[in-house]
Design a protein around this ligand. Structure first.
Ligand code: SF4
Length: 700
């Protein structure tokens, strides 16, 4: 017989596993009371996902509902975790924080956030650092995700929003460049926007050292050497210039700096560019002609271009390309940094970044400081100054300057480059607190673990890759003694004597303050309310007033700089920080697979997803494999100057012969970041994850 309605519960939520934020409905049914529940997931129609879900979304209930959640605070005693009450946990934190702060000052305390946190938690974490702890040291894993594109967007346009245009513009572009982005696996439900364009006759240029699900739609695949994207973009612009494909009117009216760009392009030699990028001059010409002659065109970049030691300038080069051809601020003309993390966009707007205050304000700007201090009810002088980027925090931990770290929603030991160094550092800490749902690789090292709620239990807003703010409802009870992350921050602030600054009863209360804090900033949320979000299908920032419809397409009339213009800049040729040699003869690049998210803490705990990809692997060209004596299906050692890992060898003609690929979703002996190079981009402090030099060896 059909189960009665009492045995059946249905709730709406949205997938946490990428920046599209697909909506879905989950139903839990029990055949008899006490029986194991069975879950069904149905995609829900929404303007962004258009009613699609990928395999990650279809299975996103598993880790939260059936995974081995941490349900009580756990303290480490003699190397083992034992449950404690929240009261004991909080008192321990207070005792440790007070002792460190009294001896070495508040800058001995560090906070480390994440791009999967809600806007409300990201906002509160920033406020907690500056008001409750008064430390300058806060940064987050988005440093590894969005920092290059964000700083390039801010400098070029005066504002950084992942996509300058709504996704519905994609099929309107006649030519699309996808550079260093594997949308088919990383944001699968976005792909139909591109396939629709393809059906309309759009010409696709895909730049990637590997063939992927995304290069499958390419009319032209430029199989670039890792790290040489900016030089390749320069070569394409050289041809645009030589062929007279510059939109002089747009350049004159809406940009500055083109004269310098022109002279730097004039000095480029296409043959040399072909040599250093590994892409033939003929293909570079073909790309330039297709792009330059298209009536409308869009450019997308992602981590392939951005996770480089020249990530900031590399993105600026692609922005130069869009601007000099006039492809900005019009239907079917724009730029997109394809965000990876669930709240990669919102997570970077509200102050969990070392140099930033809410609403994309700057911590070093006196007006911004005064405004936020006013909202928070403190004196501007009480606001700490600028801290350092995520990996630089790890260096300060190593040097024992930062003595305690509070991690919320992140797994830094797997996501930072040079992971062995990071692990050594975290082991030196006086006190490591990790707020997580699961016993992640970082949590295992903690002195104290605080159990937090999952996405299905925690209401809050997330901002998708288009800058569209969505309200994620929550209607599952929080299991065990777990708490909402924002609630933990409020209760801790109370204990630290700062409770009067943290009186919130719901995430909506926090959002109400965020609205005011962001008012007049670049990412202006003032006109967005929970009430509106419940009725509308998401609202694009900037949205300066409650009767404002939001801003799907940016820069139509002017850019966000004071003079209204976009700023172009010459981009010099740059080589990756680490080059191959006889000992380390291959380029290693990293990335994602379809079934996993970030360091895999959640997706490895979903039985369906874990079964699809149970372990990491190394992708290598058959010719290269033969040369180095490694065989298909065997476990092999991969070593760089910083460490080694053991993964299974997978032969594939899809990758360049001078390059190997390992995904980033596994820890311990499969943690690819034990190999990666921690050299940082000088401007945005993004590590050069996407190229380092390695060797491969058979284990047998
Ligand atoms: Fe949608 Fe991304 Fe989740 Fe897939 S991973 S269901 S594309 S939000």
């Amino acid at each position: 017989s059909m189960p009665s309605s009492a045995d059946r519960k249905t709730f709406d939520t949205q997938c946490p596993f990428c920046s599209v934020q697909c909506k879905m409905e989950v139903t839990e049914e029990r055949a008899a009371s006490g029986a194991r529940p069975v879950y069904t997931v149905v995609p829900k129609l929404n303007a962004a996902s258009e009613g699609r879900l990928c395999i990650k979304g279809m299975n996103a209930y598993q880790h939260a509902l059936t995974g081995d959640r941490i349900l009580q605070p756990l303290v480490k005693k003699d190397g083992h975790f034992v449950p404690v009450s929240w009261e004991e946990a909080y008192l321990l934190i207070k005792r440790k924080f007070d002792a460190l702060s009294d001896n070495g000052g508040p800058d001995t305390l560090g906070l480390y956030g994440g791009g999967s946190l809600t806007n409300e938690t990201a906002y509160l974490l920033g406020k907690f650092a500056r008001v409750a702890l008064q430390t300058r040291y806060i940064d987050y894993n988005g440093r590894f995700c969005m920092s290059a594109a964000a700083s390039a967007g801010n400098k070029t346009f005066g504002a950084d929003r992942g996509l300058t245009n709504p996704m519905s513009d994609i099929p309107l572009a006649k030519c699309i460049i996808l550079a260093g982005t594997n949308i088919a696996e990383c944001q699968p439900t976005l792909m139909p926007y591109f396939t629709r364009a393809k059906e309309n006759g759009t010409y696709f240029i895909v730049i990637d050292p590997r063939e992927t699900g995304t290069t499958a739609i390419a009319d032209l695949h430029l199989k670039v050497k890792p790290g040489m994207d900016a030089a390749l973009a320069g070569g394409i612009q050289k041809v645009l210039l030589d062929e007279g494909l510059i939109d002089e009117k747009f350049v004159n009216e809406r940009t500055t700096g083109f004269d310098d760009v022109r002279s730097s392009l004039e000095s480029l030699d296409l043959g040399e560019i072909a040599d250093i990028t590994g892409v033939s001059a003929e293909q570079i010409r073909q790309a330039a002609l297709a792009f330059g002659k298209a009536a409308t065109a869009m450019v997308f970049t992602a981590r392939g271009v951005e996770q480089q030691t020249d990530g900031y300038m590399a993105v600026r080069s692609f922005l130069n390309m869009a601007l000099m051809t006039g492809n900005m601020g019009k239907p079917g003309c724009g730029y997109g940094a394809v965000t990876g993390q669930g709240n990669g966009q919102g997570g970077r707007e509200h102050g969990q970044k070392a140099d930033q205050l809410p609403g994309y304000r700057l911590i070093e700007n006196p007006e911004d400081r005064a405004y936020i201090a006013g909202v928070w009810g403190i004196e501007p002088a009480e606001l700490p100054g600028k801290g350092v980027s995520a990996y630089e925090m790890m260096q300060k931990i190593h040097a024992r300057e930062i003595r305690s770290l509070f991690v919320m929603g992140s797994n830094p030991i797997v996501s930072n480059p040079n992971a062995n160094f990071v692990e050594e550092g975290l082991k030196k800490l006086d006190f490591l607190v990790v707020a997580d749902m699961f016993m992640s690789e970082t949590a295992r090292l903690a002195d104290l673990i605080l159990p937090v709620s999952a996405y299905i239990e925690n209401e809050g807003t997330m901002t998708n890759l288009e800058g569209r703010v969505l309200l994620r409802p929550a209607n599952r009870p929080v299991p065990g003694e777990a708490k909402h992350d924002w609630r933990i921050l409020c209760e801790l602030a109370e204990l630290l004597g700062k409770g009067s600054f943290f009186r919130y009863e719901s995430s909506e209360d926090i959002f109400e303050e965020l609205r005011i804090a962001s008012r007049g900033g670049i990412a202006d949320y003032y006109g967005i309310t929970y009430e509106r979000l419940r009725k509308e299908e998401g609202i694009y920032w900037p949205c300066p007033s409650v009767d404002h419809p939001g801003s799907p397409r940016m820069f139509e009339a002017k850019f966000a700089h004071a003079n209204g213009k976009a700023e172009m800049v010459p981009v010099p040729v740059h080589f990756p920080d680490e080059r191959t040699d006889d000992s380390y003869p291959l380029n290693l690049t990293t990335g994602r697979v379809l079934t996993h998210y970030l360091t895999g803490v959640q997706t490895r705990r979903s039985h369906t997803l874990a079964a699809r990809d149970v372990e990491s692997y190394l992708e290598i060209h058959p010719v290269t494999a033969r040369k180095h004596g490694v065989r298909e299906g065997t476990l092999i050692k991969v070593a760089s100057r910083r460490g080694e890992i053991v993964v299974r060898c997978r032969l594939s003609g899809a990758i360049r012969e001078d390059t190997v690929f390992v995904p980033m979703h596994w820890g311990d002996t499969q943690n690819v970041n034990k190999l990666t190079n921690p050299a940082l981009d000088p401007t945005c402090r993004m590590p050069g994850f996407k190229v380092c030099a390695v060797r491969v060896e058979s284990l047998f």
